[in-house]
Design a protein around this ligand. Structure first.
Ligand SMILES: [Zn+2]
Length: 501
């Protein structure tokens, strides 16, 4: 039931007396107008070519009213779904059941699963994440992968799919080759519920009164630093949930991730904040199509085909400032996209098994993408110690699409669409090094790189295939070696070393 637009004279306080957010729809004229409105209220994923849907807290709604745009308030009523059973996964747990499940994963599989308590909200609810690895707690030469869901507290398909994915991977380890390979080769992190105060806004007993916003009525997906708009693009302080995830991203150095939402059925890839196309647009289209195609193949008619057959550039759909996707890509050098998993934000529990069947092959595919592209370890050529170096691709990288090797291992992971690339490794105090690589989709290229330090030694790299001024050695002699480096140590001794590439 829709309640027609009401006059400004109605008391806004009444509207917000029960819940700190309202949901409404309106018609818009063009994208410019929509983008301007997006600065004021939170556009919802249901937004399409003619009609926008939006959420607003009391202040945001007050600002929206000043635009004098006709709109319709859509009452969000308590859902009256009936849970199925926990064993069949057609079930939303209570908050306590959720925390018990997360603890039970770690308790049941202590050698490959660890629970991390990332932080406690004022409500007492926790942000929890499980880490799954064959060498739990050890840093390895592996990509760190993140799934996180439901930062919009009423978008809950991914909440259950994430829990079921954890269960599926843990029980498959040692039994299923594909799942065993994932655990053996990837540092997997899964956070099923990023906004527990929103999901359980109606109380810990069920999710039937979930809200999009957190307990302070802030949209967490507008609360991150933005590549274009800088700090606090929404005008709010960073929320506890936001600080927890920024801290996690600082600690773990995720290389690839996905953020699960609902309200539509589409992969949304960067950017959200501006019309710039990413350096890796063809890679994004490739992995997004892989996700959508597999969902379509594993479901009935009409699932996951919204917008461009189940994929969209974020900004093309509608602008988002302060979103987590852009934050992770721009500031954390992590390839993150947004998965909109179901038209129904909180699906009927009966539909959850079908959603699982449609999505879990795609979820595994995307995890495997973390292993592809070019990767290796960057070390100091003298000491052999791993170093944090910048890995930049000539005539390709733009808008922070480069990556860094991560300590303590020195591993880097650069995801690329197939083609020929020239990668330069650099770090202050070291000679830069450039390598060429041919990348194939769904394939791994390993290139370990040694960087030669300035300072205590004088080093020249020689390569007589080059005709430039570097084709002589430290003593001024033409080099006949294919590629050698000559090191003059502090005490004046000269070492010569063949470089094998
Ligand atoms: Zn969302």
């Amino acid at each position: 039931m829709l309640i027609p637009f009401f006059s400004f004279s109605q008391n806004i306080n009444t509207l917000f007396s029960e819940k700190g957010e309202v949901y409404f729809s309106f018609k818009y004229k063009n994208k410019t107008q929509l983008d301007n409105i997006s600065d004021i209220v939170s556009l919802d994923h249901k937004t399409n070519n003619t009609t926008a849907f939006a959420y607003a807290n009391k202040d945001e709604y007050g600002s929206f009213l000043k635009l004098d745009i006709e709109h319709i308030i859509i009452p969000k009523k308590r859902l009256n779904y009936k849970n199925g059973s926990k064993n069949n996964w057609d079930y939303y747990p209570t908050y306590e059941e959720y925390t018990e499940m997360m603890q039970a994963f770690a308790d049941s599989f202590p050698s490959i699963c660890k629970i991390h308590h990332l932080g406690t909200l004022n409500s007492g609810r926790e942000i929890l994440i499980v880490q799954i690895s064959n060498n739990i707690g050890q840093k390895e030469n592996e990509p760190s992968f993140l799934y996180t869901s439901s930062m919009h507290g009423d978008e809950l398909a991914g909440y259950i799919l994430s829990l079921r994915l954890i269960d599926y991977i843990l029980n498959g380890y040692g039994n299923n080759t594909r799942l065993t390979d994932l655990v053996d080769n990837i540092d997997i992190w899964i956070n099923p519920l990023a906004n527990p105060d929103g999901a359980y806004a109606g109380g810990n007993q069920d999710v039937w009164s979930a809200s999009r916003y957190n307990a302070n009525w802030v949209d967490l997906n507008r609360n991150y630093p933005d590549p274009e708009d800088g700090a606090h693009p929404d005008g709010n302080a960073y929320q506890t949930e936001t600080n927890i995830f920024m801290g996690l991203a600082d600690t773990v150095n995720f290389t690839i991730s996905a953020n699960m939402h609902g309200g539509a059925e589409v992969c949304n890839y960067p950017w959200d904040t501006w019309s710039n196309i990413t350096a890796d647009n063809n890679w994004w289209e490739h992995v997004s199509n892989e996700y959508a195609d597999s969902c379509q193949a594993n479901s009935g008619n009409g699932y996951f085909n919204y917008l461009n057959d189940g994929i969209t550039n974020g900004w093309d759909w509608y602008e988002v400032d302060g979103g987590r996707q852009d934050y992770m890509n721009y500031f954390k050098y992590c390839k993150e996209f947004t998965l909109e998993l179901s038209d129904d934000k909180t699906p009927n529990p009966n539909d959850l098994p079908t959603l699982w069947d449609a999505n879990y092959p795609s979820l595994l595919n995307y995890m495997e993408q973390s292993l592809f592209g070019i990767r290796g370890i960057v070390t100091d050529s003298i000491t052999g110690n791993p170093i944090k170096a910048k890995v930049e691709i000539t005539n390709h990288d733009v808008d922070s699409s480069h990556v860094y090797s991560n300590l303590p291992i020195g591993n880097y992971h650069r995801y690329l669409y197939q083609g020929n690339y020239s990668l330069t490794f650099s770090k202050a105090g070291y000679h830069s090094k450039t390598i060429n690589a041919t990348i194939l989709n769904q394939d791994i290229i390993i290139e370990d790189v040694q960087l030669v330090p300035f300072g205590s030694t004088n080093i020249f790299e020689l390569n007589n295939s080059k005709t430039n001024s570097q084709s002589f050695d430290i003593l001024g002699r033409e080099s006949t070696n294919k590629k050698i480096k000559i090191i003059k140590t502090k005490d004046g001794n000269i070492k010569k070393q063949i470089i094998i590439n």
